[in-house]
Design a protein around this ligand. Structure first.
Ligand code: HEC
Length: 200
């Protein structure tokens, strides 16, 4: 996979100012976000909202064991529903995954490590994001990621002291689960989005 050299958040900047193509763009200085990033942020709001709604409803009405089944059965269709409404592919990934289908590709793994480094350097994960245009052959793909923070609610199933019944159910559904041991405010994972730019 070949990445364009620009660490960029704003495709329009790259394409209208080719002379900047090899420069690092400091996103703090860019005032007007590109349409792509506006779309990506909006989709994450919708997708994240749907997921949280499904999770909190199940937790409240049926408790964590039933909620586990809901996550297991509904996470992928919710992602697909949100992807189908647009030209984007939307998913979640993490360094330590519960579902192996969510494992990061090489680009995502690099960005996840970058997020950890930025957090360690003191950056607030609430406003953290990263976007880049990737070139593979002729294909240009806009890729965007945003970290997902570990909230109190998440600890029931991803925390350091997970209830035995929950652990048993998690192991049954995900024998290779790695997604426990998180504490409040940790980066649990990230939303990951991509869109083909020069699709016919
Ligand atoms: C009821 C248990 C439960 C709770 C509570 C829960 N999760 Fe999960 N989480 C799961 C399950 C099950 C999966 C695997 C879903 C799948 O099969 O795609 C998962 C997967 C994920 C993933 C995708 C990456 C991976 O590990 O496969 C992220 C990111 C994630 N959870 C974040 C969170 C966050 C953030 C919270 C709190 C807002 C949270 N979860 C609360 C059970 C839970």
């Amino acid at each position: 996979m070949k990445s364009l050299t620009v660490k960029m958040l704003f495709t329009s900047v790259l394409f209208t100012l080719p002379s900047l193509a090899h420069a690092e763009i400091n996103h703090a200085e860019v005032k007007v976000p590109s349409q792509d990033i506006v779309e990506a942020r909006a989709l994450i709001k919708a997708f994240g909202g749907d997921l949280k709604h499904a999770l909190t409803t199940a937790m409240k009405s049926d408790g964590p064991i039933k909620a586990l089944t809901v996550c297991n059965v509904e996470a992928a269709p919710i992602a697909q529903k949100n992807s189908a409404l647009s030209s984007w592919k939307i998913a979640r990934t993490a360094i330590k995954v519960r579902n192996e289908n969510n494992a990061p590709d090489a680009w995502e793994a690099t960005v996840l490590r970058q997020f950890e480094a930025r957090k360690t350097a003191g950056e607030d994960i609430k406003t953290m994001e990263y976007a880049e245009v990737i070139q593979e052959g002729e294909q240009l793909t806009y890729r965007y990621m945003k970290p997902i923070a570990t909230a109190g609610l998440c600890l029931t199933c991803h925390g350091t002291q997970v209830d035995e019944a929950v652990t048993t159910k998690v192991r049954a559904l995900y024998p290779n689960d790695q997604a426990t041991g998180f504490t409040l405010g940790d980066i649990r994972g990230a939303f990951t989005l991509k869109k083909q730019l020069n699709k016919e």
